[in-house]
Ligand binder design. Structure first.
Ligand SMILES: Cc1ncc(COP(=O)(O)O)c(C=O)c1O
Length: 443
């Protein structure tokens, strides 16, 4: 007897006699609760099945007449995989590139210890779009801040001549850089840290968007500080946009104290905020920048760190690497993710559609000032925050939006983030906005 018997595609995909297309939403939930790590609590009673168009998903919901079955309906994807799908679901240019390279070009899978021809395309494209000298490819988003952290420390010891073992990386309170030990060590979210210690040492936190706090810390410990690692707009914290003069002043302060400005653009990059990279909104250029999510065109996990010659130059063979970082398929997808960003003018679209969405949300806020406290965002990285009252519950809003055919998810209790694909059209923005209006009205 074979231990696992697998056959079929899509709904016919069958594992040990269980055909995926036969499972109801509650059966999917049971499998996940029993066999998964229980590290997520997904929206109840809904299972995504497939893509209808670049901003529309087909989902399965319980059939009220028979719990064993499901009905299908459409939802507008208001989150696009936390900004990993900026180019839209199944972007045709990217899918065609993947299919062509896998089937016609016979794309190999090889590690970095042997050169492959697609790496050159990836490096040419990533250095051109970022305006940086060098790029190191990685896989998951979190690997970008993780690597920036390592590079900053090594640069601190080798170039800045910080005494060995004393380097400090400064980060912002409320940050989100992912889930590795370094990323959770940087975090001040108790849920992310509880019982995972001891944590990585050499980290100091300052409030985000508080120049004076950073200046005070730099004045006190500047000689030991290798880097200030920061999101240009804090995404997971609830789309916190800093003052216009914050980053220009921070960049000057970093220069003064010889501290690297390392920006985590994993969520804000690739057109999301109305510029190719959010730091461009503030007229600064970081020494290091980490990208992920939409760097993989919504198809594959692709991430990278870009930076200046001097800073990335501290890496040496053997000091850093990744089996799948920049492997041929990752390199092709990463290159085409950039082609679509440029050819489809995604940053411009984000700005235009973002203005429309933010405008709509502001008019909802004006209608219900007792419910919505603030609308925030740049481009299509947007959120509305409700007043801190028990009945104004972000999770209830997410569930209500789903009933109105929109997928969005709360961050924290009272904030709901909206970050649809940058390919979304005006009428879809309006449908999304009307859903928000109806749900807010009902609270
Ligand atoms: C700013 C930022 N950095 C890093 C990450 C981690 O990316 P991933 O979940 O792909 O590892 C995220 C994910 O939300 C993020 O928003």
């Amino acid at each position: 007897m074979r231990p696992v018997n697998i056959s079929g595609y899509g709904d016919d995909l069958t594992v040990n006699g269980v055909r995926i297309g036969d499972l109801s939403p509650s059966e999917h939930e049971s499998i996940e609760v029993v066999k998964g790590g229980r590290n997520y609590s997904p929206l109840e009673n809904v299972v995504v099945s497939h893509v209808k168009d670049s901003s529309t998903l087909i989902v399965r919901k319980p059939d009220s007449t028979d719990v064993e079955k499901y009905i299908e309906s459409e939802i507008i994807d208001g989150l696009c995989c936390y900004s990993a799908v900026n180019q839209g679901q199944l972007n045709k240019t990217i899918v065609d590139a993947v299919v062509t390279h896998l089937t016609i070009e016979k794309l190999p899978t090889v590690p970095r210890s042997i050169r492959h021809k697609y790496m050159s395309a990836f490096l040419l494209a990533t250095t051109a779009i970022t305006g940086m000298d060098r790029v190191v490819p990685k896989v998951a988003g979190v690997e970008a801040p993780e690597l920036m952290f390592k590079i900053a420390r090594r640069w601190g010891y080798r170039i800045k001549e910080i005494p060995k073992g004393e380097a400090i990386v400064v980060a912002a309170k409320g940050n989100f850089h992912g889930r590795t030990m370094t990323a959770v060590s940087l975090s001040d979210d108790p849920d992310a840290k509880e019982d995972f210690g001891p944590f990585v040492p050499g980290i100091e936190l300052v409030p985000f968007n508080d120049f004076n706090a950073l200046e005070t810390l730099f004045e006190e410990k500047g000689e030991q500080i290798a880097s200030f690692m920061v999101e240009p707009i804090q995404g997971e914290a609830g789309v916190i946009v800093p003052d216009d003069d914050y980053f220009p002043r921070v960049a000057k302060l970093c220069k003064k104290h010889n501290v690297l400005l390392a920006m985590d653009e994993v969520q804000t990059g690739f057109g999301r905020t109305g510029a190719n990279f959010a730091h461009q909104l503030f007229g600064v250029k970081p020494d290091l920048m980490g990208c992920g999510k939409a760097a993989g065109g919504g198809i594959l996990p692709v991430s990278f760190v870009a930076g200046s010659d001097e800073v990335i130059g501290v890496l040496t063979p053997g000091s850093e690497g990744s089996t799948f970082g920049g492997y041929p398929l990752g390199a092709v997808v990463g290159t085409y993710a950039i082609k679509v960003l440029v050819d489809e003018k995604l940053a411009e679209k984000a700005q235009k559609m973002g203005n429309r969405l933010i405008g709509n949300m502001n008019s909802i806020k004006n209608e219900y000032p007792d419910k919505i406290k603030e609308v925030r965002g740049r481009g299509l990285l947007t959120a509305f925050e409700m007043h801190d009252e028990p009945h104004l519950d972000g999770h209830e809003v997410s569930v209500g939006l789903l009933d109105h055919g929109v997928y969005a998810k709360e961050t924290h209790h009272s904030t709901v983030r909206l970050a649809p694909a940058l390919t979304i059209n005006e009428s879809q923005i309006d449908i999304l906005s009307e859903a928000i209006r109806s749900v807010v009205k009902s609270l």
